[in-house]
Design a protein around this ligand. Structure first.
Ligand code: XIL
Length: 593
């Protein structure tokens, strides 16, 4: 978000917090992808998207959908020369119309292969099978390029009770009957490589069941993932299917451990096919079972939110009217959050409750200088950005005044340093910016905590330094042309350079305390001075500092340094300041004529 907005201070009214009524509203505050598998008119069935309650529930409650069947081989590629994109396209169009993301499922599976390919496999050579698979993966992924943001590339390649070292694999036409001519996990790897060639921007997932808790199947999968990551195979995540019941598998600790082992590799986790089956007689479940089902939905939602890197929860369908469970698990049903009349079951409130009560996760390394993005330590008055905190306003709230100071409570968001709430520059789930209170001056470290809607994060202890200078960059990347003004207050740029011997105003933060003190969040009314010594270089040469202090009309914490450009320079020149021996980030430039 616009950190340079501090230089402009566009003020808007704070939006009052409203209690989320839907899964989607609650998820947008985390921010969590909340999805459902959905159907259009695949296999010649009546298009479910035309059923008003089906469509309205899907759009209101979820910010993501996945084709339950429409993008599988037998639906999308019914004969060797025919692709049937219609049903999948309808799901994509529905998602686009309702601002939802689309997961694609799936490109390679031992199951659901059309008759023609199973017949072909009986006499085909591995080279022929390879050509068929490459054509399929590339044709489907290219068709949905830019529309499907994440693909289950390979589904369920590992057998249920794997024994032996490495990654035992399930028999299939793609692996060994006859296979595509690759050994071991080579066929899985090849599928990821083809998908990546077809859409380099799509996130590519390996999707599996019975890997949600610890066990031999998870270990076999992890071996493959480690090998793929180590060798740079294009894989970005793992789908935990999560077809579960109320008997306690996976345990919360086991699920957390498995998520952490996957995310430690730099991969993300999506719960892709969550349903919680319970006993039914004549389609009806007991009230007690519906409650324990709700508790299970709440429990796994909680574990996901507690573990950064678990970024999506998707249910396998959403209404008990349409669910694969009764047909596949005899005696079970009622597995989804909405009943057969589209009424919310206890599971819906339970998931919303988890999304509203699980503590946001604050990481010390995600607190950075708002100008340079340098992490590590904070200085009094430094404008910092907090990234990745997973609970907050779903859309950006910009600074507002509370009397004469910037409010330290923006849409029920607060950030504390040793218990002192910090003035906000803006607040948004996943990215907020505040001014470090001057009261941290002189301390060794400060204890930070974040709060949204009254729910506090963990505390993190961050070292305090007297200064931590960072220069704002024009494009907010932290490098390149600095946010600098020429003497006539026009923005310095290659097209509008400063003359050597002239001066520029450099805008930075992290300059430390102000002579005479400064009020947190107040606007600097006039010139002042930094307590610490400020020097500057341009083009590597010492440059005279004409002024170093608060930036008049801007919030305390913005450091303005007026720098004289040494003679003899021209073109883009490296620009740096140094406060009390601590330098600003490298890579900032000023244009000199
Ligand atoms: C199921 C669908 O829900 C059914 O409609 C279909 O008849 C069979 O497939 N794991 C998966 C999903 O990855 O694709 C499966 O979906 C359920 C198990």
């Amino acid at each position: 978000m616009c950190t340079v907005r501090v230089l402009i201070l566009i003020l808007t009214l704070a939006v009052l917090h409203a209690q989320p009524a839907t899964l989607r509203e609650a998820a947008d505050q985390r921010p969590l992808l909340i999805g459902a598998a959905a159907n259009a008119d695949e296999y010649g069935m009546a298009n479910r998207l035309n059923e008003p309650q089906y469509a309205s529930t899907l759009a209101a409650q979820f910010n993501m959908l996945e084709a339950e069947n429409a993008m599988k081989w037998s639906s999308i590629h019914p004969s060797q020369s025919t692709y049937n994109f219609g049903p999948g396209d309808k799901l994509v169009a529905f998602a686009e119309a309702h601002g939802m993301k689309v997961r694609g499922h799936n490109l390679l599976w031992h199951s659901n292969n059309p008759d023609w390919v199973n017949t072909y496999a009986k006499t085909a050579t591995p080279a022929q099978m390879s050509a068929v698979l490459e054509d399929h993966i590339k044709t489907v992924v290219v068709h949905y390029k830019g529309k499907v943001f994440a693909w289950d590339v390979v589904n369920e390649a590992i057998p249920d009770n794997p024994s032996g070292a490495g990654t035992p694999l399930r028999d299939s036409i793609w692996y060994n009957q006859p296979g595509i001519g690759q050994t071991g996990t080579g066929y899985v790897e090849q599928a990821f490589r083809w998908a990546h060639e077809a859409d380099p921007n799509a996130l590519l997932f390996y999707n599996e069941y019975s890997i949600e808790g610890p066990g031999a199947k998870f270990d076999a999968m992890l071996n493959m993932l480690k090998d793929f990551v180590a060798r740079g195979v294009p894989i970005h995540g793992v789908g935990f299917q999560m077809h579960i019941d109320t008997n306690g598998y996976p345990s919360s600790a086991g699920l957390a451990q498995n998520i952490q082992k996957v995310t430690a590799l730099g991969l993300q986790v999506h719960f892709t096919e969550l349903d919680v089956r319970i006993r039914v007689s004549n389609g009806t479940a007991s009230a007690a079972d519906l409650q324990s089902q709700a508790a299970t939905y709440q429990r796994v939602t909680t574990v996901c939110l507690q573990n950064p890197g678990c970024t999506a929860i998707q249910t396998w369908g959403f209404t008990d009217k349409y669910s694969w469970i009764p047909g596949f698990f005899s005696g079970f049903g009622a597995a989804l959050p909405f009943d057969a009349s589209y009424q919310a079951k206890p599971a819906v409130g339970a998931m919303i409750d988890a999304m509203q009560t699980v503590a946001p996760v604050l990481s010390g390394s995600a607190v950075v200088n708002a100008a340079s993005y340098a992490a590590g330590a904070v200085a009094p008055g430094e404008i910092v950005t907090l990234f990745n905190v997973n609970y907050g306003p779903p859309s950006i709230l910009e600074a507002v005044f509370d009397g004469s100071v910037l409010s330290s409570n923006l849409g029920s968001t607060r950030v504390f340093f040793d218990g002192i709430p910090a003035p906000f520059i803006y607040a948004l789930v996943g990215q907020s910016s505040v001014v470090v209170p001057y009261a941290v001056a002189g301390k060794q470290d400060t204890v930070m905590q974040y709060e949204y809607n009254g729910v506090r994060s963990n505390s993190v202890t961050i070292p305090v330094v007297p200064s931590a200078p960072g220069i704002f960059s024009l494009n907010q990347s932290g490098t390149g042309p600095g946010a600098t003004l020429n003497q006539d207050y026009s923005v310095n740029s290659a097209a509008n350079p400063v003359a050597a011997g002239g001066a520029v105003q450099v805008f930075a933060t992290g300059g430390g305390t102000i002579v005479g003190g400064a009020t947190d969040g107040a606007v600097a009314t006039g010139a002042g001075a930094q307590t610490l010594n400020v020097t500057a270089t341009v083009g590597g040469l010492p440059a005279r500092v004409l002024y170093a202090g608060p930036a008049p009309q801007l919030v305390n914490g913005v450091l303005q340094v007026n720098v004289e450009i040494p003679q003899g320079l021209s073109g883009p020149q490296p620009l740096a300041i140094n406060v009390d021996g601590r330098p600003s980030q490298p890579g900032i430039t000023v244009a000199v004529r």
